[in-house]
Design a binder for this molecule. Structure first.
Ligand code: ADP
Ligand code: MG
Length: 229
């Protein structure tokens, strides 16, 4: 017991250190990005291309930091009643263009009356991480179907793609830190996602078939909508 306590205290120190270092790194990244954009304006086509690549890599670094920050501080800031349909509408602006640029389509079918308890931005981050993986798994004519319904007092969100699928042996590794099959993957997305969903008292389940597609089921305790006073 004593040893366990020490380990968790150590974890807390590491967590808060990670969080502050991540914050400190974000600012210089933003400044560098701004100056690169200025350089790009006065550059020839070849250098513009290089600057574009550099900015892309900076954005990738910023994304990794976002994931680390969440890992370091997975507790939820502000917990409110969330309308699932509304939350998904808000991330449509990110996922639809991303899917289109990868040659695929998103089909959203979410009823209006589903409510859960959680933190809006953390829920959105979890959903975006899952949907991004679907988009990155696109084969030809990629499709993602996102649906939701209520079942046994749970709100069930289903995200289904017709992408590359996951090997049975790899299914067990999902959510392990640094597990990735992508050349530019971090293997942090699902680790963070699992922790966020757990913090909102939810569960997540993957089923997949290689070359056919992947289905993700997320369940949260349902909250019946209270009339606003
Ligand atoms: P990353 O996306 O950086 O690789 P993630 O934690 O988001 O890290 O995902 C880990 C791995 O899980 C991916 O590299 C991929 O192999 C697999 N994966 C997750 N979702 C899907 C999906 N929808 N289709 C195919 N593979 C997936
Ligand atoms: Mg990912």
């Amino acid at each position: 017991y004593n040893q366990h306590l020490q380990a968790s205290e150590k974890m807390e120190v590491i967590s808060s250190l990670t969080a502050s270092v991540a914050h400190e790194i974000r600012n210089p990244l933003q400044v560098t990005r701004g100056f690169l954009q200025l350089v790009s304006e006065d550059s020839n086509e070849k250098n513009k291309k290089f600057v574009e690549i550099a900015i892309g890599e900076l954005d990738r670094a910023a994304e990794i930091i976002t994931d680390f920050l969440t890992f370091a501080k997975p507790q939820l800031d502000e917990v409110t009643e969330l309308n699932i349909s509304k939350e998904l509408k808000q991330i449509e602006g990110i996922i639809v263009p991303l899917a289109t640029s990868h040659g695929g389509t998103v089909f959203l079918n979410i009823p209006n009356d589903l409510y859960i308890c959680g933190n809006s931005s953390k829920l959105k981050q979890a959903l975006i991480n899952i949907i991004k993986n679907s988009i990155e798994a696109f084969q030809k004519d990629g499709q993602i179907h996102i649906q939701a319904h209520e079942h046994n007092n749970n709100v069930v969100i289903q995200i289904k793609d017709n992408g590359a699928g996951i090997e049975p042996a790899q299914l067990a590794k999902l959510g392990e830190p640094y597990f990735s099959t992508k050349t530019k993957g971090t293997g942090l997305g699902l680790m963070v996602t699992f922790r966020l969903i757990e913090a909102m008292k939810g569960t997540i389940e993957f089923s997949s078939q290689k070359h056919v597609g992947t289905e993700v089921m997320i369940r949260f305790p349902a909250v019946s909508q209270r009339p606003t006073e």
